[in-house]
Design a protein around this ligand. Sequence first.
Ligand SMILES: Cc1cc2nc3c(=O)[nH]c(=O)nc-3n(C[C@H](O)[C@H](O)[C@H](O)COP(=O)(O)OP(=O)(O)OC[C@H]3O[C@@H](n4cnc5c(N)ncnc54)[C@H](O)[C@@H]3O)c2cc1C
Length: 283
Amino acid sequence: MLSRFDYVKPQTLEEALAYLAENAGTKILAGGTDLMVMLRRNAQMPEHILDIKSIPETRRLDYKPQEGLFIGASINVNEVAGAAMTREKYPALAQAANALASYQIRNRATLVGNICNASPGADLSGPLLVYDAKVHVANSQGQQTVAIHEFFTGVKKTVLQPVDIVIGVSLPDVDAADAVFLKQARIRGHDLGIVGVAARLTAAKEFRIAMSAVAPTPIRLTRMEEQLKDRPLTPELAAWAGEEAAKSIRPISDVRSSAEYRRHIAGVLVKRALSQLLAAGGI
Ligand SMILES: Cc1cc2nc3c(=O)[nH]c(=O)nc-3n(C[C@H](O)[C@H](O)[C@H](O)COP(=O)(O)OP(=O)(O)OC[C@H]3O[C@@H](n4cnc5c(N)ncnc54)[C@H](O)[C@@H]3O)c2cc1C
């Protein structure tokens, strides 16, 4: 049976929030690259579809010194990847955006849709975790921000309620550009990662390491970050971190990979990520 639903495309945030508050069973549509797959499989049968792309607040993509980068919910992944400020200041995010699917998909897919869909293997979650991003959420009662590490609650689950719209995501201003994203996938351009690793060395020389596809949600390896603190980055430390990372995760086997291969490749990618930070001048 084909899905049947009402389609609305409000022009203002107020209109959209009022519609959501009044119509239970509404699903938000951004790029549709995840949602359309679910509709086609009848895996979701919403009564209403609310397209957010005409809402002006979701079209913002701007960087302000001291404040940082704001990426609106209608900004597609190619726009994120191509923005000069993303490439200069937030290279792990730019690299992850370039690694997501194919150019055509990236022209539709949004960064916000990627995290709202909450796949454990979503590429853009790791970089957002290492940059301590904030998710800006609105509903008819008001607006709030949620730290990205509190946003994911399980496989395909977030803190969002059916009446909520994510307006966008903000990343704090950063001094150093030392960061890297690495991904192992079965087929480049057509698949979620078997493992994704984002690693960052902050201006205060602290490590931030996040991984996707190795747990029910994207995770930060905070215990290992603590252990790495104040230790000079050397090839030996990169190798140690790779081994520790592989030991500290509990991945599952699924259609993309066995747990054993995931664990192995997670260690390889963490070692490689830290080696790249070292080669780029990290200490
Ligand atoms: C062929 C193919 C290859 C892919 N490869 C990759 C890949 O390599 N890496 C990867 O990470 N992903 C991949 N994906 C998944 C996908 O492209 C992303 O998850 C995409 O970023 C989702 O964004 P969207 O705008 O299309 O979201 P939509 O499909 O529009 O929405 C996704 C979900 O988020 C909700 N949502 C969207 N926007 C909001 C909002 N503002 N507020 C609240 N809820 C919202 C929707 O209701 C829906 O549940 C692939 C998809 C396809 C079809």
